[in-house]
Design a protein around this ligand. Structure first.
Ligand code: MN
Length: 199
């Protein structure tokens, strides 16, 4: 079974004005589509063919650069579309808020740590909130790497992630990555992040 580009749960313009429709459309139909196609091509005829994306990422040190880059790109964008939504933003509640308070001191301190990880990731990459054992941690990864990869410095299961590649924001925000990061807080689907925390 080949990996397939997932459909979004909302329209390309649903995250306006925070993330513009043109960026969303190109990001999904060009970038994510290419990662998906290139992942399928990269695993074809290798030991990774037929494996789940989780199995591939957990053994990525044995994979080609193409599988590392495109397998990461496939997984990371699947998560990214889900943790955003048209009625997003605000603050989390319940167990997720309790956990953020416990590991970061407060929701505002968590926001600061996550925003800082996103802003200071040099070049292209991602910032993450991960479940790591019983803890929550903020980390960032270069390129299309992620914390599920066996090569990650900080390992864990991502429950929130922000894409800080220029293709994620340049059309609307040009070089102003901090403005894009600030806008991201308005589109986070906290119900989905909470669901991933429980999983
Ligand atoms: Mn991207």
């Amino acid at each position: 079974m080949a990996f397939e580009l997932p459909k979004l749960d909302y329209a390309y313009d649903a995250l306006e004005p925070h993330i513009d429709a043109r960026t969303m459309e190109i990001h999904h139909t060009k970038h994510h589509a290419a990662y998906t196609t290139n992942l399928n091509n990269g695993i074809s005829g290798t030991e990774f063919e037929g494996k789940t994306i989780g199995q591939i990422l957990a053994n990525i040190s044995k994979a080609s650069a193409a599988v590392r880059n495109n397998g990461g790109g496939y997984y990371n964008h699947n998560l990214f579309w889900k943790v955003m939504g048209p009625n997003g933003g605000g603050a989390p509640t319940g167990d997720l808020l309790d956990a953020l308070n416990k590991y970061f001191g407060s929701f505002d301190k968590f926001k600061e740590a996550f925003s800082n990880a996103a802003a200071t990731r040099f070049g292209s990459g991602w910032a993450w909130l991960v479940k790591s054992g019983n803890e929550l941690k903020v980390t960032s990864t270069p390129n299309q790497d992620n914390p599920l990869m066996d090569i990650a410095e900080v390992k864990g299961t991502p429950i929130l992630g922000i894409d800080v590649w220029e293709h994620a924001y340049y059309l609307k925000y040009q070089n102003r990555r901090p403005d894009y990061i600030a806008a991201f807080w308005n589109v986070i689907n906290w119900d989905e992040v909470a669901r991933r925390l429980k999983e």
